[in-house]
Design a binder for this molecule. Structure first.
Ligand code: GLV
Length: 330
């Protein structure tokens, strides 16, 4: 029997390609060309599966053009590149890579919080520019982390990981807001108190965003929300671009309406709003929160497992829309 054909849309570990090739006819993109949409659709014709990395938009138009497609396996926990309703309607399964990146991403969220509060980027630029010629009592004096109030917007697995680090490691008072309140045992484990969004904005010394992007969370933090935060507060976004209004944030940072921000994700990335590049009180990283070698391998393995398990046995490991399994393309 001939092997199903799949597309790997971006460069990935050679070992992952080799493993997939044991089960599939693989079209890979190891030169990591950035395909436009027409090219992606063209490459996808006749493929039963696609390995995506979070940037490839899968919607009704693409699905209609690729009738053989049965699974889109994202190597990311976020899946806002998938129109899941359109995929379900077309009987196409989506999968993501939850759990394997939780602790690594929480580590990074906390690293960004510390770097932002303690002004690491700004002070390093100062030193590299040869401007450090004497000690000063207030040089790069930042915001206290230990014992302060950590606010978390979006209390899923990664949010809980950041809460535990803050509460248990840094003696922080943790408050959170989420679509639904956590059960009492999880709240106790995270030492976290549920509050409404207005209280979160008003009371947090350090506000960390970890909520998924959807039309409902678009610009969840904009001018009005920034105005409710303390002028001494810091804001960290390790969730998705578009949750923060980047232009409004740059203006708030410039006018010192909040003290500082740490951003790993941006609206329209890899482009970054030019105003964010010129304000000093922001730490900027290129969407690397899950980027350790071990975690990126685990994510690639899980995305590959989903393709292999689904296309050879009908049993994906981490399906997003299992209801699609009864759909037209089985
Ligand atoms: C990264 O942003 C992910 O969603 O895994």
């Amino acid at each position: 029997m001939s092997k199903p054909s799949i597309l790997v849309a971006r460069a990935i570990f050679p070992e992952t390609i080799a493993r997939l090739a044991q089960h599939f006819e693989v079209t890979a993109n190891q030169p990591d060309e950035l395909w436009d949409r027409a090219t992606l659709i063209d490459k996808l014709r006749g493929k039963a599966g696609v390995f995506t990395t979070g940037g490839e938009r899968i919607d009704a138009e693409l699905l209609a053009a690729c009738p053989d497609l049965r699974i889109c396996a994202n190597m990311a926990v976020g899946y806002n590149n998938f129109d899941l309703a359109a995929m379900t309607a077309a009987g196409v399964l989506g999968t993501n890579t939850p759990d394997v990146l939780t602790e690594t991403t929480a580590d990074f969220g906390f690293a960004l919080l510390l770097a932002t509060a303690r002004r690491l980027t700004e002070s390093e630029h100062f030193l590299r520019a040869g401007q450090w010629n004497k000690w000063a009592f207030d040089m790069f004096a930042g915001a206290e982390v230990n014992g302060s109030t950590l606010g978390i917007l979006g209390m899923g697995r990664i949010g809980q990981g950041i809460a535990r680090r803050g509460a248990h490691g840094f003696g922080m008072n943790v408050i959170y807001h989420n679509r639904s309140r956590l059960d009492a045992a999880t709240e106790a484990d995270c030492k976290a108190r549920y509050v409404d969004k207005a209280t979160l904005l008003r009371e947090a010394d350090h506000l960390v965003l970890v909520l998924p992007y959807s039309p409902a969370s678009h610009h969840a933090i904009g001018t009005a929300e920034l105005a409710q935060m303390k002028p001494t507060a810091t804001l960290v976004n390790v969730a998705r671009g578009g949750i923060v209004d980047d232009a409004a944030l740059a203006q708030a940072l410039r006018e010192r309406r909040i003290a500082a921000a740490g951003l790993d994700v941006f609206e329209g990335e890899p482009r970054v709003h030019p105003d964010l590049l010129t304000v000093p009180n922001v730490v900027l990283t290129p969407h690397i929160a899950s980027a350790t070698v071990r975690t990126r391998r685990a994510m690639a393995d899980l995305a590959a497992d989903n393709l292999i398990n689904f296309l050879t046995q009908g049993q994906p490991k981490t399906p997003l829309n299992p209801e699609a399994l009864g759909g037209a393309r089985r």
